[in-house]
Design a protein around this ligand. Structure first.
Ligand code: C2E
Ligand code: MG
Ligand code: MG
Length: 578
């Protein structure tokens, strides 16, 4: 009795232990990421465990049903699957195989393990499956990203440099030439800013696809960055000459890009060419040289191709030097402000002055803003220069107000970078308060590029400035993208019609029609109009009759330093100021 009780207790305890183990195995299998098939050799029964039922829609209960696995994978894996399911047939104990589902959407890693008994004979088999789709796609993406540019599918910059290096190596052996052509789409930034990046990206893709069609074993194409592409041409002679490739690029650009939105855009490109071995001996040097010429093409009027030549390098080095000198120029008091008068067209009374900055660098001659402002915008020194212009001109204006007891308009040019800076509005209002001038006398000249930036930010800043009393004038109107109806959304007071209109208004009837419609529409929208660059009596007469409110130009007065402007002011009586 005692004994049987003891045995019962023992059995219970063992059962409990067994249950515990079973539970443990069960939980292990349930939380595992694998699906299993298990069978013992010599027995028909197959057990499925873990995620098997989740992975596959069919059941496998017997060894002879293992063939069903074939349905689970794409047909091209059939043969390999058979080999991997039965490694023991080749005297192997393990096998692994990566398999895709028939729709090629899911990848599995199958591992077969055969266990042996004490005599070395196969006794049990475990076949496991793991879903490896994510690793697979990450791997292929990483692989792709290492060589290609995601947007255009062309080679990326890094891999292009490697391939170009290979071209150069071969060319050294074969005494051949390699040309690098950098293709930079003109004014792409403007288009991107005004139309949005979706439109921009579509154009970049289309142009990338076109360059792809130029590729063969002697031409490779790459998307370097944003709107810049590069081609490398091995042995650029005959059908593959630089000229013929450039011709094809131009032909493509002659045709507008047709977008999915139905819009059509035409672009041009600036192209710079540098050749091995003439210009440089390494891939990177060759690319740098091509980039320098491309940059130069841009400043020379765009839509053209140029070859790298030694003088270009000198010019480039000079511009780098200018960049460095500009950095110190503000602290060393090297800027001066000239003032150009603006007059009301009807009565020829003075409306005010535009402050125009000049740089007295080391030489005698003053450097004009058209030369250094683009460089200053590039290296951001425009922020310091702009601050100087605001402080200095407002201070000067405050003095003139006191001395001559008269008010007029002071126009100050603001570059986009300045306008975007967080401190800009505070800076302007702070300086106006400090010198105690009437905010309504101050006019900020902005360009269209500012307007097409960030609508919210632009409107907020414009409104703050205008609520404070400051006037806003839109400079160089007609040279950018925005239309008059677009301007309605922005709080602006004055429109400055670009000099290029004034230049041809007398000789070109089309310009005349456009100018007149700009004048009419801006008046109906309540803007004051200023014409810039008026050089002759005839131009003045025409603009007067066409109803332009204000004129500025050499005809009425050139930009002059403060001392001379003071003399002009002294000659005015208050009757000359409206
Ligand atoms: P802008 O604001 O359109 O200035 C008008 C330009 O036309 C000035 O050139 C002026 O000297 C020139 N001009 C005026 N009347 C005539 C004329 O009858 N005939 C000819 N041929 N030219 C005339 P400037 O001073 O060389 O300035 C060029 C540009 O540089 C300015 O164009 C403006 O965009 C920029 N700039 C000038 N000063 C500053 C500044 O302080 N800050 C910023 N951000 N830009 C400035
Ligand atoms: Mg201006
Ligand atoms: Mg202008």
């Amino acid at each position: 009795m005692e004994e049987s009780r003891y045995q019962l207790d023992l059995m219970k305890a063992m059962n409990q232990k067994l249950n515990q183990k079973e539970r443990m195995y069960k939980s292990l299998l349930q939380t595992s990421e694998l699906g299993f098939l298990y069978y013992e050799f010599g027995r028909e029964e197959v057990v499925t465990l873990g995620r098997f039922a989740e992975f596959f829609l069919f059941e496998i209960k017997a060894v002879k049903e293992l063939g069903r696995l074939e349905e689970a994978f794409a047909p091209e894996y059939r043969e390999k699957l058979q080999t991997a399911l039965f490694p023991e047939r080749d005297d192997q104990r393990t096998a692994t195989l990566e398999l895709e589902t028939p729709d090629h959407r899911i990848w599995y890693l199958m591992t077969t393990t055969v266990l042996s008994d004490e005599h070395g004979k196969p006794s049990e088999k475990v076949i496991s499956f793991r879903n490896i789709s994510r690793q697979k796609s990450q791997n292929s993406e990483l692989l792709y990203m290492a060589y290609y540019d995601g947007l255009t599918g062309l080679y990326n910059r890094n891999y292009f440099v490697t391939l170009l290096g290979n071209f150069i190596k071969n060319a050294k052996d074969e005494n051949a030439t390699v040309a690098v052509m950098m293709v930079d789409l003109d004014d792409f930034k403007k288009l991107n800013d005004s139309m949005g990046i979706i439109v921009g990206d579509e154009i970049l893709q289309q142009f990338g696809s076109f360059l792809h069609t130029l590729e063969d074993d002697q031409i490779i194409a790459c998307h370097m960055s944003n709107d810049i592409y590069a081609l490398a041409i091995y042995a650029p002679y005959g059908t593959h000459s630089v000229d013929s490739v450039y011709g094809r690029v131009r032909d493509r650009l002659e045709e507008p890009f047709s977008l999915s939105t139905g819009q059509r855009f035409r672009l041009t490109a600036s192209v710079g060419v540098a050749e091995f071995p003439e210009v440089a001996g390494s891939a990177l040097d060759l690319l740098n040289s091509a980039e320098i010429v491309t940059y130069r093409c841009k400043t020379m009027g765009k839509n053209q191709m140029a070859y790298f030549e030694a003088p270009i390098l000198n010019e480039f080095l000079q511009s780098v030097e200018m960049e460095n000198r500009l950095r110190n120029a503000v602290s060393q008091d090297e800027f001066v402000i000239y003032y150009q008068p603006q007059y009301y067209t009807g009565n020829r009374k003075i409306r005010g002055f535009e402050a125009l900055v000049r740089w007295k660098d080391t030489g005698e001659e003053l450097i004009q803003p058209s030369v250094f402002i683009p460089v200053a915008e590039k290296n951001r020194t425009i922020l310091d220069i702009g601050r100087f212009v605001i402080e200095e001109s407002v201070k000067q204006y405050a003095t003139w107000c006191k001395v001559f007891q008269m008010h007029f308009r002071l126009s100050i040019n603001i570059s986009a970078l300045q306008y975007k800076s967080d401190q800009f509005v505070d800076l302007v209002m702070g300086v106006i308060r400090e010198y105690g001038v009437d905010p309504a006398d101050i006019e900020l000249e902005i360009t269209e590029s500012i307007l097409i930036d960030d609508f919210e930010m632009v409107s907020r800043k414009l409104s703050t400035l205008r609520n404070f009393g400051i006037h806003i004038s839109l400079d160089d109107f007609g040279t950018g993208y925005s239309s008059l109806s677009y301007l309605k959304k922005f709080p602006i007071d004055t429109l400055k019609i670009d000099k290029s209109f004034v230049d041809t208004v007398l000789s070109d009837p089309t310009t005349r029609v456009i100018t007149e419609s700009i004048l009419n529409m801006s008046h109906s929208m309540g803007f004051e109009t200023v014409a810039e660059g008026v050089e002759t009596e005839q131009q003045y007469q025409y603009l007067h009759s066409a109803g332009c409110d204000v004129i500025q130009g050499f005809y009425m007065g050139r930009p002059s330093p403060a001392e001379e402007t003071e003399k002009l002011l002294a000659s005015f009586s208050s009757r000359d100021v409206q």
